[in-house]
Design a protein around this ligand. Structure first.
Ligand SMILES: C[S@@+](CC[C@H](N)C(=O)[O-])C[C@H]1O[C@@H](n2cnc3c(N)ncnc32)[C@H](O)[C@@H]1O
Length: 476
């Protein structure tokens, strides 16, 4: 994949109303900001710094600062770091132009061209750390991969540069200082961010959260949330949770939440308090005694080869695409227990052998997970359950009626989604799943997809069904 400059550097710029919202929520307002240090440690072309300078000038003029004093303080209390020389130049021009509107021409701006990942002397000194850090998956990082891995919250799993910037930003705060970032909301539930979430809770850092949900201010890039963190007070406090109204361009308050309300199963879930209480109850569902299991469907890693109009009859099973409920034919090189057949047995059918030989080069390009031979599916999931009764389920919905639950008899495979293994009647499952209650649950999980859709995992679905079935039986 060719990375655009935007993707490689995480360069997506923040619209002015979002900048203003973050500064308001962080309390970077009024005369109280005078004499306080503020930094954007990945300042790009200066969207945050321009607003910071504007507010500083306004506050200073309102209390009668002279131009000399204001010029000196802008150079002392406003700080920026940017790795890209051209972007830094733009930021310098932008802050200078803002100051000029207040009749001030500072000469010594502290906007540095530097890598924020290296120590820079700001540690423990800032009253405000504000900005929109770069979002770059570590596998897309060429130069700084090793530097990123050295940070505390990025040692494990698929990680992202924005997590490092939380660590760097918190490190720059003095006790009682405030950090305000807009960054991917995957922070709430990704495995890579699990340690960071735990740290936020342990240190009682979270003060405000705005989930922008499906609204993406940076076009088709990440789903984001604003987090306002306060360092060093330690006292347990509630966090104010807001949602964002894209039409009005403003955040609106939804609820005040204790960490025990929004930290559910190690993830962060935000919403009205009663809805979160229900979510927490579902998260505690007893999965062991549930009369069902939910799993991921077949993954051939080359559907165009295995599924479709196949020019042979042997070793073919019917399959259902869980996302649509559509049926198709699938080459299935396994026995009824899910064990791979020897190739020689498959090759007894000349047409099948010819088909495999023609497909061999592309099948060998797949990165097999669990499977050991080139003619098998790319992954082993779902194979052992083909000869069991089940229901396929799509894993992405926008409203209750988007759900697709399809009965799949023994011998029918499921791909492109999830399946429920159970002896329960399909009508019971339909009763539970084609409901606003299930939709509300999925929306609260906060796994956004484009077009207003939400996705959910096999575990999410299993928990929901286990909890609702237990409720029906009066066990909880
Ligand atoms: C998402 S942009 C945000 C820019 C600006 N804060 C805004 O909101 O408009 C992130 C910026 O971080 C810069 N950047 C990436 N890695 C950096 C690093 N290691 N140190 C400093 N800046 C970095 C990129 O060049 C880019 O300009």
């Amino acid at each position: 994949m060719i990375l655009t400059e935007e993707k490689a550097k995480g360069r997506f710029y923040t619209p002015p109303n979002i900048v203003a919202m973050i500064l308001d929520l962080a309390g970077y307002t009024g005369e109280g900001i005078l004499g306080r240090h503020a930094i954007d440690n990945s300042c790009g072309d200066g969207a945050f710094l321009a607003e910071i300078v504007d507010r500083y000038c306004r506050a200073a003029r309102s209390v009668g600062y002279t131009s000399e004093r204001l010029a000196l303080e802008l150079g002392t209390f406003v700080h920026g770091i940017e790795i890209d020389a051209a972007e830094r130049e733009k930021a310098l021009l932008r802050v200078a132009e803002t100051a000029r509107r207040f009749g001030v021409e500072p000469t010594g701006w502290d906007i540095r061209r530097a890598d924020a990942l290296t120590p820079n002397g700001f540690e423990g000194r800032m009253d405000f750390v504000l900005g929109n850090p770069p979002y770059v998956r570590v596998h897309n990082l060429s130069d700084s991969y090793d530097a990123v891995r050295r940070f505390r919250f990025t040692r494990s799993g698929m990680t992202d540069l924005f997590l490092v910037f939380y660590e760097i930003g918190l490190g720059m705060l003095r006790p009682g200082g405030t950090l305000g970032y807009i960054a991917p909301s995957s922070l709430f539930n990704s495995r890579a961010a699990a340690d960071l979430r735990r740290y936020f809770i342990e240190k009682n850092l979270i003060r405000k959260v705005v989930d922008l949900k499906h609204y993406r201010p940076f076009g088709a890039s990440a789903y984001t949330a604003v987090m306002i963190l306060r360092s060093g007070t330690g006292e347990p406090t509630e966090a104010a949770y807001y949602e964002y109204d894209p039409a009005g361009g403003e955040a609106f308050h939804v609820s005040d939440l204790a960490p025990s309300d929004f930290c559910i199963g190690g993830n962060f879930r935000f919403g009205p308090k009663p809805a979160l209480a229900r979510l927490a109850k579902i998260a505690r569902a007893d999965l062991k005694s549930a009369p069902l299991d939910v799993k991921n469907g077949l993954a051939t890693l080359c559907d165009a080869f295995f599924i479709g109009e196949l020019p042979f009859e042997s070793h073919v099973i019917p399959v259902v695409k869980a996302s649509t409920g559509r049926r198709a034919r699938c080459l299935f090189p396994y026995d009824e227990n899910g064990h791979p057949l020897p190739y020689a047995e498959l090759a007894c059918d000349g047409a099948l052998d010819a088909y495999y030989r023609a497909g061999e080069p592309r099948l060998k390009k797949r990165a097999l997970v669990g499977a050991s031979r080139w003619y098998e599916f790319g992954r082993t999931q779902g194979i052992a359950d083909v000869y069991k009764k089940k229901y396929s389920v799509c894993s992405i919905i926008r409203e209750p009626n988007d759900l697709k639950l399809t009965f799949c008899d023994r011998g029918t495979g499921v791909y492109g989604g999830l399946y429920i293994l159970t002896d329960l009647d399909g009508a019971i499952l339909k009763d539970l799943l084609y409901t606003d209650d299930f939709m509300d649950y999925v929306a609260l999980l906060g796994k956004y997809k484009s077009g207003g859709y939400y996705t959910f995992s096999s575990k999410d679905l299993k928990r929901y069904l286990a909890s609702r079935l237990a409720e029906r039986e009066g066990r909880r």
